[in-house]
Design a protein around this ligand. Structure first.
Ligand SMILES: [Zn+2]
Ligand SMILES: [Zn+2]
Ligand SMILES: [Zn+2]
Length: 279
C-alpha cells in the first residue's frame, strides 16, 4: 500500500494564515518541509482521506488526479478536514467529463451536512455519501476500512480509521487524543504496518484533550510494541502539526530539521507535505 501525505498541518496551516508568531515567521523563512497545508492523505493514488480547503492546492502541487477520485474518507467535520463548499465545483457547470460520482464516507454529522448541502448550494454536485458505524468493517474500493471513535471533538463522533488491503494495515489517527481503553482493546486485535499519530501539540508537555503531543505519541508507540499491535517493521509517523506546539517548555522553537532528527532517534518519522511511503 502507498500512502502520500498531501497536507500535514492543523486547522490554520503552518505558517498560520494570519499568524506572526516566531514559529510561523521561521517557517516562512526556511520554507521547504517547514511549510504545511491542511490535513489530507491519499492511499494508492485513489482513496482520499479528508477533504480540506487545500485540496485544490494539493491537486496543483502534488499532481493528484482529483476528478478521478471516487472514494473519500472523512475523519470529522472540522474545516481543516472537511470543506464541503468546494464540492459545488463537481456540478455539471464546473466539472466536465466526470466518469463517476464521488462517495464521501464518515460520521452522521458529515452525512447530515451533505444532505442539507445537496438540497441547497450543492445541488447537482454528483456526490454520494454514506455514514459508517464505528467498529464495523466496510468494503471501500479494494480496502477494508474500520472507523474507530476518536477522542477529539465532543460535539461530534470523530473517526480514526484502520485501512487494510489484505497485505498491509494502516492506523490513521487524526485528529485524536490518546485512545480510550475500549479503543485500545479493539486495536489489540491488529498488527499494524504503519501507524500515523496526531501530533498537534508537538513539543508541548501538556497531556489530555483532543490532540496529542510528541510525548504522548511515544507512549502510544511503546504500548503498541509491548502489546504486539506493532513490531520492528512498523513505521510510526507523527503528523498534523500546529505552530503553537513548536515551542518547548524551555522556550526553544523546534522546526523541521531538528525535530525530525530527534523524532527519528525515537522511532518516528516526522511527516511533511508530499511524504510518500510504501508499506
Ligand atoms: Zn485537524
Ligand atoms: Zn504561528
Ligand atoms: Zn479536528
Amino acid at each position: 500500500m502507498k500512502i502520500q501525505y498531501l497536507g500535514t498541518a492543523a486547522a490554520e496551516g503552518w505558517p498560520g494564515l494570519f499568524c506572526r508568531c516566531e514559529a510561523c515567521r521561521r517557517a516562512g523563512e526556511l520554507g521547504g518541509r517547514n511549510l504545511r497545508t491542511r490535513s489530507q492523505a491519499l492511499i494508492d493514488d485513489h482513496l482520499l482521506i479528508d477533504f480540506p480547503c487545500d485540496t485544490y492546492a494539493h491537486m496543483l502541487r502534488n499532481g493528484v488526479d482529483i476528478p478521478h477520485i471516487r472514494s473519500c474518507l472523512i475523519t470529522h467535520c472540522h474545516e481543516d478536514h472537511f470543506y464541503p463548499t468546494d464540492l459545488q465545483n463537481r456540478s455539471e457547470v464546473y466539472a466536465q467529463g466526470l466518469d463517476d460520482r464521488m462517495t464521501l464516507y464518515g460520521n452522521d454529522r458529515m452525512a447530515e451536512t451533505l444532505r442539507d448541502f445537496a438540497a441547497g448550494p450543492g445541488a447537482g454536485m454528483q456526490v454520494d455519501y454514506q455514514e459508517l458505524p464505528v467498529y464495523r468493517p466496510a468494503k471501500i474500493e479494494e480496502y477494508e476500512v474500520i472507523p474507530l471513535p476518536a477522542r477529539h471533538n465532543p460535539a461530534e463522533r470523530c473517526y480514526n480509521y484502520i485501512i487494510s488491503d489484505g497485505k498491509s494495515t494502516i492506523l490513521y489517527a487524526h485528529d485524536t487524543g490518546m485512545p480510550r481503553e475500549e479503543v485500545w482493546q479493539f486495536l489489540s486485535g491488529f498488527a499494524f504496518d504503519l501507524v500515523s499519530l496526531d501530533c498537534t501539540g508537538l513539543m508541548l508537555s501538556t497531556r489530555g484533550g483532543g490532540h496529542m503531543c510528541f510525548e504522548e505519541n511515544l507512549i502510544m508507540r511503546e504500548r503498541m510494541l509491548r502489546e504486539g499491535m506493532a513490531g520492528a517493521h512498523t513505521v510510526f509517523v507523527a503528523n498534523h502539526f500546529s505552530h503553537n506546539g513548536a515551542k518547548d517548555p524551555q522556550g526553544r522553537i523546534w522546526m523541521y530539521e531538528e525535530t525530525s532528527s530527534r523524532m527519528k532517534e525515537q522511532g518516528f518519522l516526522m511527516s511533511w507535505d508530499g511524504l510518500t511511503l510504501e508499506i
